[in-house]
Design a protein around this ligand. Structure first.
Ligand SMILES: Cc1ncc(C[n+]2csc(CCOP(=O)(O)OP(=O)(O)O)c2C)c(N)n1
Ligand SMILES: [Mg+2]
Length: 664
């Protein structure tokens, strides 16, 4: 059915509204029944979360919005909303069946779909993590002069997540007009709301963010629609977000496999009196004047449509596992940019120069981080940028790494080009879900790029203890879809930041704090981006290959020089995806391998590098490779303890001597 909504925010009359709303509500119910049926027959796997009882909220909240203009993220019970926003029923059947024509190519299942090209972001399971993507999407679109608004949805259970708070907080602090809809269906899986929150209404929380909030009957589709239209008008006037709690029902279990026997008979009977389809159907005749017969005609046309959709895809083949339709990384498009030179810079200067270069060349680029504005960042690497580009392009954010990443991800989908600074790499753990599971899998799941640059000042050696000295490349390498760069010279720092920015994937650049102000060198950037993602040779030699990165490069170099052993020293530079070919060739030449890393051995990258080289160059090794690394303990604080913890020249000399003695 064509929506035919006229000028936004013009409203339907009740007579116009009910046939349209009921169409989508009944379509949603019929499709859900069909998915449950396919699940029981074994054609659909995974979680089938039914929307029975949520249809009025899902349809009523979405009808006022504009597909492709407004930015939207929906929840697992929002099939009605997906349909309003233009999802094709046949494609949804393919998605649930995970067949070769599924919109996610079978890469994701059931509810984890969207259409990022129409600004309907694909859902990830982690409750709360979608909210900030909408905040960022709306922010970036509006920054370009668009009139976009946002719709994002969370359940009563999901409101307990930190990301719910972080997202509302950013939206209100930054004045970003997003409608946060809480679908309060009284249960989170089996947990009743009395164990989830202690306020009277979830909309009461709006006051804590200085924004308006309201609780309504989410089983009445007209009430939902009118409340959303009112909220949108208010949001357009004030530019502020709005928190709307819709009290709806969960008439079935959490998913098809759940009998929901934790819901009492009395509660269930009360619910059935408020069943949303029944209520909308009554209004269809009371307000819309439709007869029982004409309503049945409408319903049976929908049933036929769904049956036809199922039949049409019955013979669609399964996905071909030998030819994956998408890869983990989006292909690079930009190959060449303007050159840049500087006669002498420290690593910290190289960061500032690269950020300045990127902001200057890309009006859509902006920086986000903590204290990066007038204060210029904890390490002063955004020096002068706030004064030059203003607070809307060098943004001081609240302390909420997770939602800040989500905001950056959303912004990357509506024309923004975010560069986010973590004050310390250690605080990246606050955003593991957003970076590792949301951003990094975005291309894999949706087929669209997620160009995001994260800067992480890392490493120890300056007596900052366990929470400010971390080396986390091993942790981040566990997330496919993420690129990791670890520069060590000013030239490499400039190249990593510029190439990372123009790459269409999420990229983390590790910046060793100890190296910020200890190294000086020239920057001679040719503008050619094609050759940057590769290992760098540090010194040439033929007796042993040493692989080291970050602050360990200088340690390795000094150790080799002190022994007089001829070492071929390599900085892998790109730690994910590893590009070890030149290093494997080096080992073929030297026959010996030493890896030096600042982190502990377990789940550091060193053991993986050794394994890869053993697999690919086993016959060329003259003796067992060695790993010099920190012990598997947190980084200690006292300087005597820290200097014992971090590998030093003495450790590397010992390993080199052992390796040379190991020739046999
Ligand atoms: C961060 C996170 N923790 C746990 C889960 C597992 N989980 C999936 S749905 C769900 C209940 C959600 O309840 P609610 O937010 O009220 O939404 P509803 O299912 O009622 O629509 C849980 C615990 C999850 N998806 N994400
Ligand atoms: Mg719930």
């Amino acid at each position: 059915m064509a929506l035919g909504l006229r000028v936004f925010p013009e409203r339907y009359s009740e007579t116009e509204f009910y046939p349209i709303a009921y169409h989508y509500m009944y379509l949603a119910r019929t499709m859900d029944n069909c998915f449950a049926d396919l699940f029981r027959k074994g054609s659909v796997k995974g979680t089938v979360a039914l929307s029975h009882g949520t249809e009025a909220t899902a349809v009523g909240m979405s009808l006022p919005f504009r597909s492709g203009i407004d930015v939207v993220s929906l929840l697992h019970r929002d099939i009605g909303a997906h349909l309003v926003f233009g999802a094709d029923p046949a494609k949804l059947v393919c998605q649930y069946m995970a067949n070769a024509q599924s919109p996610t190519h079978g890469r994701e299942g059931n509810v984890h779909h969207g259409d990022q090209s129409r600004r309907r972001f694909p859902m990830l399971s982690h409750l709360g993590n979608m909210l900030s993507t909408v905040v960022g999407g709306v922010w970036a679109a509006r920054r370009q002069g668009e009139d976009s608004l946002g719709l994002t949805v969370i359940g009563d259970g999901g409101t307990s997540t930190g990301d719910f708070h972080e997202s509302l907080n950013i939206a209100s602090v930054r004045k970003i007009p997003v409608l946060f809809v809480v679908e309060n269906n009284h249960y989170a899986f089996s947990t009743p709301t009395r164990l989830q929150y202690a306020c009277a209404n979830l909309s009461d929380r709006a006051a804590g963010y200085g924004i308006p909030g309201k609780t309504i009957d989410g089983t009445d589709v007209w009430e939902v629609y009118c409340a959303v239209c009112d909220a949108l008008e208010q949001m357009r006037q004030t530019g502020m977000p709005f928190l709307l709690e819709c009290r709806c029902l969960r008439l079935m279990g959490h998913a098809v496999y759940d009998q929901a026997d934790y819901v009492s008979v009395q509660e269930r009977e009360e619910w059935l009196l408020r069943e949303p389809l029944m209520r909308a159907r009554l209004q269809l005749s009371a307000v819309g004047g439709l007869t029982e017969e004409s309503i049945r005609v409408l319903e049976s046309a929908i049933e036929t449509q769904v049956n036809d959709a199922v039949n049409a895809v019955a013979n669609v083949p399964r996905p071909d596992p030998t030819t994956p339709p998408w890869h983990v990384f989006a292909p690079s498009v930009i190959k060449r940019v303007d050159p840049f030179t500087s006669s002498a810079a420290k690593n910290g200067n190289a960061v500032t120069l690269a950020l300045d270069y990127l902001l200057q060349h890309n009006p859509e680029a902006f920086l986000l981080g903590q204290d990066i504005g007038p204060y210029c960042g904890a390490f002063k690497t955004s020096k002068g940028l706030s004064a030059k580009y203003g607070p809307d392009r060098v943004m001081d954010m609240p302390i909420c790494e997770s939602a800040t990443v989500g905001m950056a991800l959303g912004a990357s989908q509506t024309g923004g080009r975010p560069i986010m600074e973590f004050q310390f790499a250690d605080f990246g753990t606050e955003a593991v879900t957003q970076i590792g599971l949301n951003a990094a899998t975005w291309f894999f799941r949706s087929g669209g790029p997620a160009p995001l640059l994260f800067r992480m000042p890392c490493g120890g050696g300056i007596n900052l203890g366990a929470f400010h000295s971390g080396e986390f490349e091993g942790l981040w390498s566990r997330f496919p879809g993420l690129k990791l760069l670890y520069p060590s010279t000013p030239q490499e720092t400039f190249e990593a930041l510029v190439a990372g920015f123009y790459d269409p994937n999420p990229v983390i650049v590790f910046e060793h704090k100890l190296l910020y102000w200890s190294k000086t060198g020239p920057i001679d950037f040719s503008g050619d981006l094609t050759d940057i993602f590769k290992p760098r040779t540090v010194s040439a030699g033929d007796q042993v290959t040493i692989v080291a990165w970050g602050a360990m490069i200088d340690i390795a170099l000094a150790a080799a020089q002190s022994t007089g052993i001829s070492a071929d020293i390599w900085n892998p530079f790109i730690l994910q995806p590893l590009a070890l070919e030149p290093i494997i060739r080096s080992v073929a030449k030297t026959g010996r391998l030493l890896v030096v890393q600042e982190s502990g051995a377990t789940a550091g990258l060193g053991n993986n590098i050794i394994a890869q080289i053993c697999i690919h160059g086993y016959t060329t090794l003259k003796c067992a490779p060695q790993l010099v690394c920190a012990p598997d303990t947190p980084a200690p604080f006292a300087k005597e303890l820290e200097s014992r913890y971090i590998p030093d020249i003495r450790c590397v000399v010992k390993a080199l001597t052992d390796l040379m003695g190991g020739e046999g």
